[in-house]
Design a protein. Structure first.
Length: 363
């Protein structure tokens, strides 16, 4: 296993930098996702890591060894890395067993050892009953498992995955996220996983690197990224959120346009007197029709909004509301339990714990 260090890593296509002075330290045995919108540079970073591309600036180290820089490029086959692509890329003319055995044959292991390793790996990915089938006789999820088994069986130092689940249907994708995490816990191979799907990153990763325009804008555990986004971009990219614009008065108070003051979680490095944004997740707002309950909440230090239900959508496991706040001239999105039912036009109060009102900067 190995640590991976990216320093000032830069890759340009023409004048535009697809990866722009990117720094990242990945621990031995850690699972890190590169998460971001289309075109933010995730795949380019992964291709740089794999050695398919050479950087224009900066370097990549595995342990202490420089594997990529403008002057050095260790070829992909000498990096002891396995890469898995969107398109599985399993060989159609080989059985499941032969696909998984292929990399071990290249390493010139003897037949008995190959069979032992392949059989163990097929058991781990639950494919042992299908060892004799050809990929054309497998479902998409089973083919993706073959790709995983083939990548893991050679015991690489580093595993690189590029949107490996995007060709699967929604149910299978969800199941395979857990599968990938389970296999990671089994093998603890240092892993870099590219995705634009936040749920996938949250299930699989120890840490998530959110990318924007070729750079990492926030790096942290799934909880940190979701609960404590540092910028508006991160808050809006990871999950649904309400963003309220206001003026920071002191470390913990934001004035909205209409005189309403919000108590907020203290933010880092934001100066009073500046325009800021407050991120409130829809599920952290609590609705009540009762003025007494609303006042009691305010008495306990909660932020209180007064509004009117504009729209309700029932999702089975939740009611999703748009609540209009006439005084602030804005709408709040609120996710409430399925048993809490309000009709359009009904007056309600929305309460928010200051701990869940997170200050974020513009960039
Ligand atoms: P997606 O999620 O759509 O795959 P991504 O985050 O992986 O996006 P990259 O594929 O790394 O993004 O691309 C980053 C930027 O570099 C994009 O603007 C893309 O158009 C550009 N780019 C990538 N590869 C090339 C290439 N071979 N030649 C020119 N431009 C490229």
């Amino acid at each position: 296993m190995a640590t991976v260090t990216l320093r000032e890593l830069t890759k340009k296509f023409g004048a535009a930098a697809a990866v722009d002075r990117l720094d990242l330290d990945i621990g031995d045995g850690e699972f890190v996702s590169l998460l971001g919108p289309s075109g933010c540079g995730k795949t380019t970073t992964l291709r740089l890591l794999a050695g398919f591309l050479q950087p224009d600036g900066g370097e990549i180290r595995v342990g202490q060894k420089v594997v990529s820089s403008p002057a050095v490029l260790i070829p992909p086959e000498r990096r002891n890395m396995s890469m898995i692509f969107q398109s599985y890329a399993v060989w159609p003319h080989m059985t499941v067993f032969q696909n998984v055995a292929y990399g071990l044959k290249l390493k010139k292991l003897d037949g008995g050892e190959i069979a032992k390793k392949v059989e163990r790996m097929l058991r781990l990915v639950h494919l042992d009953p299908l060892a004799g089938r050809y990929p054309g006789e497998l479902s998409g999820g089973q083919q993706q498992r073959v790709a995983l088994a083939r990548a893991l069986v050679v015991e690489p130092e580093i595993l690189l995955l590029d949107e490996p689940l995007s060709n699967l249907d929604a149910n299978l994708r969800e199941e395979m996220r857990f599968e990938i995490r389970r296999l990671h816990e089994e093998f603890r191979i240092t892993t870099v996983y590219v995705t634009h799907d936040q749920a996938e990153a949250m299930v699989t990763s120890d840490r998530i690197a959110v990318m924007h325009q070729g750079r990492i804008v926030q790096l942290g555990s799934p909880e940190e990224i979701f609960d404590r986004p540092k910028t508006r971009f991160v808050a809006e990219f990871i999950g649904k959120t309400n963003i309220l614009r206001g003026m920071l008065e002191s470390g913990r108070s934001v004035a909205l346009g209409d005189g309403l003051k919000l108590r907020v979680l203290a933010g880092d490095g934001l100066a009073p007197g500046k325009e800021v944004f407050v991120c409130i997740r829809p599920h952290s707002l609590r609705l009540t029709p009762s003025a007494a309950e609303a006042e009691a909440g305010r008495g306990k230090g909660m932020n209180l909004f007064q509004g009117v239900i504009q729209r309700r959508v029932y999702f089975g496991d939740a009611n999703d509301y748009i609540v209009e706040l006439p005084a602030q001239r804005l709408n709040l999105r609120v996710v409430a339990p399925p048993t809490q039912k309000y009709e359009a036009g009904q007056k309600v109060f929305a309460l928010a714990d200051p701990e869940q009102c997170v200050l974020v900067g513009e960039e």
